[in-house]
Design a protein around this ligand. Structure first.
Ligand code: FAD
Ligand code: SIN
Length: 526
């Protein structure tokens, strides 16, 4: 079946939903389709805790300071023009969220209660208790569903982007000629594959934390956008830069890992090793509020030094009533595991959290494929450089989704003549393959990435990872060619591609920066 619209949005996190709302308002007579795999709300956005970094009041904060903090966290690999553009736009985007009904916490005087996180020189994080993402996702979904010209397709999985390659075949699909025409999409309930056609497409599929064993990202974060963009030959960069959040709750067997927000350290939480030493003083004068890569590396080093499985986050010295007001969800989670934060320290470990690299976009959210825009965690916009400053990613998604709609409104071509798009051709031979093989391969990808491509990498580890991933790639291809197309098989395909890109980009990088650390380069640098 062919399903046509003017705009196709892939993904229903903050990037996709805010784009859809803006496009629907800007083009009241046009049709906007949102497709998302699984349930509408499941996304990284839903789990965001800390909040959105915004310079709101120039009497107490400044753009320059937020810019400087972002550049320092990014190890100066950020694009300074992009950093400035995003940070100066933040207030406008935040006001829009307020208009869309998002509720940010205020203090007893009615002023916004601004939090602090690692790498920030000022309190500038707008939040809704410790469930900011949940509040944003709730408000945006409500708005989107009320909008008459937005149609929402949940349980719809985008398999591949449609470009000249599918329309005219291999020979004509030169990189410079690529244009987007839509996407092939699996209806996860009926199992049919539909052809979604649109002249403008937004890729907003989020991150890929599921490539690692321990991650704060939910199960949907499988690098699908990276896989699709790579196969469509869109330009991709910076895949070696992975952010490990220093403090996920240590609770073996729980997946995804529950996050203990960095805002807890911003609120005064201290880190100790199991020997009782407040170890951050050995690593960085900013102590627990150094940027994430520094704290995560310090924890990793302490765990290795002492042979421990975790370190401890202490909040026992903080005012309990104040703490519970700011962090009700974290307090509840700890209590459910028998951790009384008034007297017990919280066991924490680093966990894969955010991918700095992705599909290259310009300031207007344009990818290297004509009319394919992208926004949010799937992108590499130039904002984050080698490591993202805390609470800058929700902001990034809002800004680039806004810019993309603004850009489209300048170039919108109507009526837009699309070529005749072929329907999906099922070439698989449907041999009866055991489904358990997918599970085995998934575990293997996660093991390879965790053992060889984690916080500390080496040339030998990266080579091992590459060789093993190649075997998995071949096995996956056989499964793909001979089995029924299912979400888990497609996700595995994208996870293998994403893992491969992380490894390949890591092997090419010759200098340690931000979220990338190769011990062999360290020896050379010394
Ligand atoms: P997502 O919100 O992940 O949305 C992606 C969407 O795409 C989902 O709906 C998904 O189902 C859909 N999708 C994926 N693949 C397909 C496919 N093949 N077909 C169809 N649909 C697909 N950032 C901050 O700035 N502040 C914070 O406080 C903060 N806290 C965080 C806490 C946690 C635990 C986590 C995991 C992240 C946090 N982040 C935070 C990061 C931030 O939440 C994400 O970077 C951001 O929400 C990404 O938004 P997005 O719209 O790009 O992607
Ligand atoms: C957190 O609350 O620690 C997460 C913030 C972020 O990832 O930006």
């Amino acid at each position: 079946m062919k399903i046509k619209s003017d705009f196709l949005v892939i993904g229903s996190g903050i990037a996709g939903l805010s784009f859809a709302l803006k496009a629907a308002n800007k083009f009241p007579d046009k049709k906007i389709h949102i497709i998302t795999k699984g349930t509408p709300e499941e996304s990284n956005t839903k789990y965001a805790q800390g909040g959105i970094a915004t310079v709101y009041d120039l009497a107490t904060d400044s753009y320059d300071e937020h810019i400087k903090d972002t550049m320092i966290a990014g190890d100066f690999l950020n694009d300074p023009e992009v950093v400035e553009m995003v940070i100066k736009q933040a207030k406008e985007r935040l006001d829009e969220l307020l208009n869309w009904g998002v509720d940010f916490d205020k203090d007893e005087n009615g002023n916004f209660d601004l939090g602090k996180e690692g790498g920030h020189s000022k309190n500038r994080i707008f939040h809704h208790k410790d469930i900011t993402g949940y509040e944003i996702e709730r408000s945006l979904l409500k708005k989107v569903k009320e909008h008459p010209n937005i149609r929402f397709y949940d349980f719809h999985y985008a398999i591949d982007l449609i470009t000249e390659h599918q329309v005219y075949g291999e020979m004509t699909s030169l990189e410079s000629e690529k244009t987007i025409f839509g996407a092939y999409v699996l209806n996860e309930k009926s199992k049919e594959i539909h052809t979604f056609i649109a002249p403008y497409v937004l890729l907003a599929t989020g991150g890929s934390g599921q490539v690692y064993k321990t991650t704060t990202n939910p199960f949907i974060a499988t690098g699908d956008g990276i896989g699709m963009a790579y196969r469509a030959k869109a330009k991709i960069a910076d895949m070696e830069f992975i952010q490990f959040h220093p403090t996920a709750l240590y609770n073996p067997g729980e997946s995804p890992a529950f996050l203990i927000s960095e805002a807890v350290r911003g609120f005064g939480g201290h880190l100790y090793n199991l020997a009782g030493e407040r170890f951050m003083k050995k690593y960085d004068e900013r102590m627990e509020l150094a940027p994430r890569d520094v704290v995560a590396k310090a924890i990793d080093s302490e765990m290795k030094l002492w042979g421990d499985d975790y370190v401890l986050l202490d909040v026992t010295h903080l005012d309990y009533n104040d703490f519970i007001k700011h962090f009700p969800n974290i307090t509840k989670k700890c209590a459910s595991l028998g951790i009384d934060i008034r007297k017990d320290r919280i066991p924490v470990v680093p966990a894969a959290h955010y991918m700095m690299g992705g599909v290259i976009i310009d300031k207007d959210g344009r990818t290297s494929i004509k009319n394919l825009y992208a926004s949010g965690e799937v992108t590499r916009s130039g904002l984050h450089g080698a490591n993202r400053l805390a609470s800058n990613s929700l902001l990034e998604a809002l800004v680039f989704s806004h810019n993309a709609v603004e850009h489209i409104s300048k170039v919108f071509d109507s009526p837009y003549i699309l070529p005749s798009i072929p329907e999906w051709i099922d070439t698989s031979t449907h041999r009866n393959m055991e489904k358990i093989l997918i599970k085995h391969d998934l575990n293997e990808v996660k093991t390879i990435m965790t053992n060889y491509v984690g916080i500390v990498r080496s040339n030998e580890r990266l080579l091992r990872a590459l060789r093993r991933l190649y075997v998995l790639y071949q096995d996956n291809k056989r499964l793909y060619d001979h089995s029924e197309i299912t979400t888990d098989l497609l996700e595995l395909r994208n996870l293998i591609t994403t893992a491969y890109l992380i490894v390949e980009f890591s092997r090419k990088r010759k200098e340690n920066k931000g979220g990338f650390y190769n011990i062999d380069l360290d020896k050379q640098q010394k």
